[in-house]
Design a protein around this ligand. Structure first.
Ligand code: AGP
Length: 607
């Protein structure tokens, strides 16, 4: 995961490279670096930690040069130190890398045996040595790279430059995204179209195994067999503007607050209010023929999949399996004809989910993707793209992407149910009405921000926090726990409320806050019984429910958060708001880095 930018420019490139890195910082922020070629020499600045450190280094020691490469790192091999920061220089070669070279150990041993010395613990430096070794054998830079690429196993994207050829930039892609940007007497390389947006909108996406030889005058792409190929140049449509926080203190806060608008925006493209129907984009297959569904995703997106299972099975009576993507391929799942494979991803680049998508396609499944970034690898590879219209999500903790994914999942479940003949027009009309209520209900939920902020210090003092939910609110309990742990670093777990008594109840004492998600409805009484079992053992309960639920069960809680009364189907969308706000305020109270929590990255492009 790491971000790459390269520029062959007409003027100084350091500032533009830094700007490109700012757009890629979502991919990792363990360290960053830039190297230019200037007067026949490499000139490099690197700094550990966030990009501001590199910016300060550049301000103190400006970097001349009209061609260069840059990198922001999410550490895989080696601690986030200056020595391990990219770009890595070996002799005439400078290199940046995103991903993992899986066979780096035998390659490193081979190079060590030849007396080569390593300055870092990274897998990346091995590649720079291998290319340098080929140059030493008399190969030209292009041939040297071509000779080395087949020796590398794993999933990676590379950017390479040479001291002796400042007008040459080589990019290579295998399993990690890489784009070539076309300018006016300038050309570029970037991990995504967004990184290059202020430089150019004319983009070519490299395909698996491709490598590109870039000069200021021309770009030539080769496939994995080294045959010259043409990749279409498209208009990326990516915005060149850097996102700002508006009046908000953090991107996460801004994104939580955007939800009524972006969910409404997303629903608008799936609802036909006049016909009171739900509609998906045109597709080349018959939803009615779907007999089973496999949903694959990671993290927060996987909880959307779990909620989707409840909805699809209940409404369409079609069997659904949900897997976290990192497990899917390796458990050798039974994939049968007439099975629809669904991936869910904000970035559309998550390596595990992308690999699962390819696995499903190879098995002959028709695939659909609920994806936020329309130019992403997944968006380009699914048979049916079901876009979310959340807009760029910058905070590492996913919030608005989650609720927009739920909105699309609901539309998909309804369409499937109709296609399977399981939903009458009246039932569909009812659901359309409930979905239309979501944005307003979310706004009502946001109005409780102040109360939630007030209870944050109590939760922030806890060592462990448990979340309980039943039915579709069980995955939301998992999401609540994930949100809290990733930004506040407090240990938190989510449980199906009925599971509590099968083990986790042993953790309960009066120091453990228990966040209970319980909209009134058919499952309410059962959840409340589980909550009371925990209260009897001293649990500090925060009950999130509607007025009826709170009137019935709000006693003996440390706090209640009153949600508007909503249909159980849409409750996960609305109840997501207090869950996100709680994590947010606890993290702010603790003083953690809310938007860029430690050890995480927004887009996880390694397995
Ligand atoms: C959520 O807050 C996460 N940071 C993480 O779990 C994320 O949802 C996951 O990595 C999947 O990412 P994607 O949606 O971009 O595929």
């Amino acid at each position: 995961m790491c971000g790459i930018v390269g520029i062959l420019g007409q003027g100084p490139v350091a500032d533009r490279l830094l700007d490109g890195l700012k757009r890629l910082e979502y991919r990792g922020y363990d360290s960053a670096g830039i190297c230019t070629v200037h007067d026949g020499e490499f000139d490099r600045r690197r700094a550990p930690g966030k990009l501001v450190n590199l910016a300060a280094e550049l301000a103190a020691h400006p970097l001349p040069g009209t061609s260069g490469i840059a990198h922001t790192r999410w550490a895989t091999h080696g601690a986030p130190t200056v020595d391990n920061a990219h770009p890595h220089i070996v002799g005439d070669v400078v290199l940046v890398h995103n991903g993992i070279i899986e066979n780096f150990k035998p390659l490193r041993d081979e190079l060590l045996a030849e007396g080569r010395e390593f300055k870092s613990q990274t897998d990346t430096e091995v590649v720079a040595h291998l290319i340098d070794r080929e140059l030493g054998k008399g190969f030209k830079p292009r041939e040297a790279v071509a000779n080395v690429l087949p020796r590398l196993h794993g999933a990676f994207a590379l950017g390479v430059m040479f001291k002796s050829e400042p007008d040459l930039l080589i990019g290579a892609r295998l399993g990690a995204p890489l784009t070539v940007g076309y300018g006016e007497n300038e050309n570029y390389l970037g991990s995504d179209a967004l990184a290059l947006a202020p430089l150019t909108q004319r983009i070519a996406y490299l395909e698996e195994g491709d490598w590109a030889v870039i000069t200021r005058a021309a770009v030539q792409v080769y496939d994995r067999n080294n045959d010259p190929v043409k990749r279409p140049i498209v208009n990326s449509g990516a915005s060149g503007q850097l996102m700002d926080k508006g009046n908000h203190r953090h991107f996460m806060q801004k994104e939580i607050y955007e939800q009524p608008v972006v969910v409404a925006q997303t629903l608008r493209s799936y609802l036909r209010p006049l016909e009171e129907q739900v509609a998906l984009p045109d597709m080349e297959f018959d939803l009615g023929s779907v007999e089973r569904v496999a949903i694959v995703a990671c993290g927060t997106a996987s909880y959307v999949g779990m909620i989707g299972k409840y909805w699809i099975e209940q409404l369409a009576r079609v069997q659904v399996e949900v897997d976290v993507a990192s497990e899917f391929r390796y458990r050798d799942p039974v994939l049968t004809p007439n099975m629809l494979g669904i991936v869910i991803s904000q970035s559309g680049e998550t390596a595990d989910t992308l690999a699962a998508l390819r696995h499903m396609k190879a098995a002959g499944l028709t695939t659909a993707g609920i994806i936020n970034v329309p130019t992403s690898s997944m968006a380009r590879e699914v048979d049916l793209l079901l876009p979310t219209h959340a807009g760029p999500e910058i905070g590492v903790a996913s919030t608005k992407a989650f609720t927009c994914q739920l909105a699309v999942m609901a539309a998909l479940a309804v369409n499937l149910a109709r296609a399977k003949g399981k939903l009458s027009p009246e039932e569909e009309r009812d659901i359309v009405h409930h979905l239309q209520e979501v944005p307003q209900a979310m706004s009502n939920a946001l109005a409780h921000d102040g109360e939630i902020e007030a209870m944050a210090p109590k939760i922030a003092a806890a060592r462990d926090v448990l979340y309980l939910g039943r039915g579709p609110d069980y995955p939301l309990a998992l999401e609540g726990a994930l949100k809290l742990k990733e930004i506040s670093y407090i240990h938190a777990e989510g449980y199906a409320s009925g599971e509590m008594k099968h083990g986790p109840i042993a953790l309960i004492d009066d120091s453990v806050p228990l966040i209970v998600l319980a909209p009134s409805g058919p499952l309410f009484d059962k959840t409340v019984s589980n909550m009371q079992e925990a209260q009897a053992r001293g649990a500090q309960v925060v009950l999130i429910s509607d007025a009826d639920g709170i009137a019935q069960a709000g006693e003996n809680t440390i706090a209640t958060i009153e949600m508007p009364k909503v249909h159980p189907l849409i409750a996960p969308l609305v109840y997501a708001v207090p869950v996100q706000l709680l994590a947010y305020h606890v993290a702010v109270f603790k003083g953690t880095d809310v938007d860029q929590p430690r050890n995480l990255a927004k887009s996880v492009t390694v397995e």
